[in-house]
Design a protein around this ligand. Sequence first.
Ligand code: DC
Length: 229
Amino acid sequence: MKKITIAIDGFSSCGKSTMAKDLAKEIGYIYIDSGAMYRAVTLYSIRHGFFEPEGIDTDSLRKHMNQIHITFQLDPETNRPQTYLNGENVEKEIRTMEVSGKVSPISAIDFVREAMVAQQQEMGKAKGIVMDGRDIGTTVFPDAELKIFVTASPEIRAQRRYEELKEKGQEASFTEILANVKERDYIDQNRAVSPLRKADDAILLDNSQMTIAQQKEWLAEQFQKVTAQ
Ligand code: DC
């Protein structure tokens, strides 16, 4: 069967990656979490001291951009994709509250986006890819055959994130997470470069009242519809 490109965009913590990952596994496609790439650049910037009291040292970050290499590898035990920054597995570090709190301004920088979009387009050249993010259907793969835009209320998303962190044994406050979710929504939707918006030809999914199993089934149906044409 001819392989297609699947773009899944939407707000933070709305379960995009869970459904994208599951679908990719089921249909034998590559899954790429584009948010992980912005998180890896953020971690690199934290480690190199680019976050200064007066803001991000963009001059230094720009000089370092060609030294930031992000790749993905499947964990042989769990079969889950792991993010590597210059060869180091940083999957855990990029999910901390510190990185979550600093990633939006990094992802709003034009030269960071240019570099990430170029890498993402390269990864999707051969099709057979499910990529999730904010600008996949609008900027990275505007010609994707299947585009989904996922949303859910901020409170529900904060609750899901809270439970996810708790499960991983990380300290978290619901109020802090909710504030972070709302702040990221605002920055993601209002940044100058590639703001978060639904592509005109994307299918809208509000999963506030859906279980993971229901979402999975819904997405599989959308895939069947497109590929049956
Ligand atoms: O999906 P996530 O929460 O891991 O994404 C982390 C941040 O990266 C989020 O603030 C938005 C940004 N992002 C982006 O700007 N473009 C993408 N394609 C993916 C994520």
